[in-house]
Design a protein around this ligand. Structure first.
Ligand SMILES: Nc1ncnc2c1ncn2[C@@H]1O[C@H](COP(=O)(O)OP(=O)(O)OP(=O)(O)O)[C@@H](O)[C@H]1O
Ligand SMILES: CC(=O)N[C@H]1[C@@H]2OC[C@@H](O2)[C@@H](O)[C@@H]1O[C@H](C)C(=O)O
Length: 371
């Protein structure tokens, strides 16, 4: 039987809370055949509903009745994702008619990994029903809950897409695909060998918080401050002693798991930024060390920070490349991943694996909503 090739639209609003990425790919859920249109809707000051939801979720920790602000956060999430899709459809006439399925990650507001035999919990705001009804297109959402219910970490989920991308681009040998978003994660691809993946630790999250705390913007644009400062390696080594880093891989993180700012009160802005960039690079390098990848492809916003990229190069043996160097779109890649995962769900193909989330058996995940 001939396999159907889907035009799939994926959506990602990451832990940095800076906007919605939307991207289209052509795929049968196994191979990637083509990259399609992509776009980004930046969040503006209206984001307050989402910030309140994240704050409330951090205090709630899945204990007792859910806070009311989650409903407002969920409505905001749906509205912004609908707007992001509408803008893409307006820009590209005929695209709406072509899209077969939407993969909607939603907004993670809290992620609690499994611990000591107790299953984890994870919450992504947003309802697939809203998107399916709004566009009259089937939507797959809530990708992480099945894995978590089965005892997995619930993250990372992009690894199977990373492997498909390596096939698409004929990247052979030991390849590490690194994402540096709010949190950082890595997938180790070695042809069709079982995938190994994990969240590594902080991405840009603590650095963004540091910039906000110091009143110098929401992120370190082009790594100017990280580049200008001196790294306090003792501090980095101390932070790397924290419990998160003692957990075996695969492990997953919440964006707020790396709150080292209280330990930085005596630091200058530049030295603090350099030290946080080093914390990020060390966390990634140590998870890859054992696998000694020959090629390291970096996606996510952190690839724009030359201090992080330089330190990653310094602490690894492989060749460090940006996603664009191998023909990928480092901003759209996570949204593409959820387009791919949506098609895998439609085809009942696994999206998480023992080596990527620690789940006992490969399994599919997500909820399908028909319009
Ligand atoms: N030009 C730049 N210079 C330095 N850093 C940048 C630049 N552009 C983006 N970033 C960093 O990248 C972050 C956004 O990265 P990205 O969009 O990959 O994160 P995310 O998808 O929200 O997070 P996650 O992958 O953890 O869910 C910004 O908050 C900023 O810290
Ligand atoms: C719980 C959650 O939303 N995790 C995100 C986050 O952002 C990066 C890292 O932490 C990764 O584990 C995951 O996203 C990517 C897309 C993933 O699942 O592969």
């Amino acid at each position: 039987m001939e396999k159907k090739i889907y035009t799939a639209l994926g959506l990602m609003s990451g832990t940095s809370l800076d906007g919605v990425d939307v991207a289209v790919i052509e795929t049968d859920g196994e191979e990637v055949f083509a990259f399609g249109q992509s776009g980004c809707l930046d969040f503006d000051e209206e984001i307050v509903a989402l910030k309140l939801a994240v704050k409330a979720a951090l205090e709630w920790k899945f204990s007792g009745p859910p806070p009311n602000s989650l409903q407002a956060g969920s409505e905001f999430t749906d509205a912004k994702h609908i707007q992001a899709i509408e803008e893409l459809f307006q820009e590209h006439t005929g695209l709406k008619e072509d899209v077969d399925v939407i993969g909607y990650h939603g907004q993670t507001v809290y992620h609690l990994p499994p611990q000591g035999g107790v299953k984890g919990q994870t919450l992504q705001l947003g309802s697939g029903q809203s998107l399916a009804a709004n566009f009259g297109i089937p939507c797959v959402y809530d990708f992480r809950s099945d894995d978590v219910r089965a005892g997995g970490q619930g993250a990372p989920l992009a690894p199977i897409y990373h492997q498909a991308l390596c096939r698409y681009s004929n990247l052979f040998g030991r390849v590490a695909v690194v994402n540096i978003g709010g949190v950082s994660n890595v997938t180790l691809v070695d042809g069709e060998k079982p995938l190994i993946a994990t969240d590594c630790g902080p991405g840009n999250g603590p650095l963004n918080s540091w910039m906000e705390l110091k009143g110098v913007g929401s992120y370190d644009k082009d790594g100017r401050l990280s580049w200008a400062g001196d790294v306090d390696l003792d501090r980095v080594n101390r932070w790397l002693e924290r419990d998160f880093f003692k957990r075996p891989i695969p492990r997953s993180a919440d964006r707020y798991d790396f709150d080292v700012l209280p330990d930085m009160r005596d630091m200058s802005i530049e030295n603090g930024a350099a030290t946080l960039a080093s914390f990020c690079a060390h966390a990634i390098a140590r998870d890859m060390k054992k696998y000694n990848p020959e090629t390291i492809v970096v996606c996510g916003g952190g690839r724009h920070n030359p201090a992080i990229m330089g330190m990653l190069d310094m602490h690894t043996n492989g060749k460090v490349l940006k996603a664009e160097d191998v023909g990928w779109d480092g901003d759209a890649l996570e949204a593409q991943a959820f387009a791919y995962l949506a098609v895998r769900k439609l085809r009942d193909l696994p999206i998480s694996f023992p080596g990527t989330t620690g789940v006992a058996m490969p399994m599919t995940g997500g909820v399908i909503v028909k319009p």
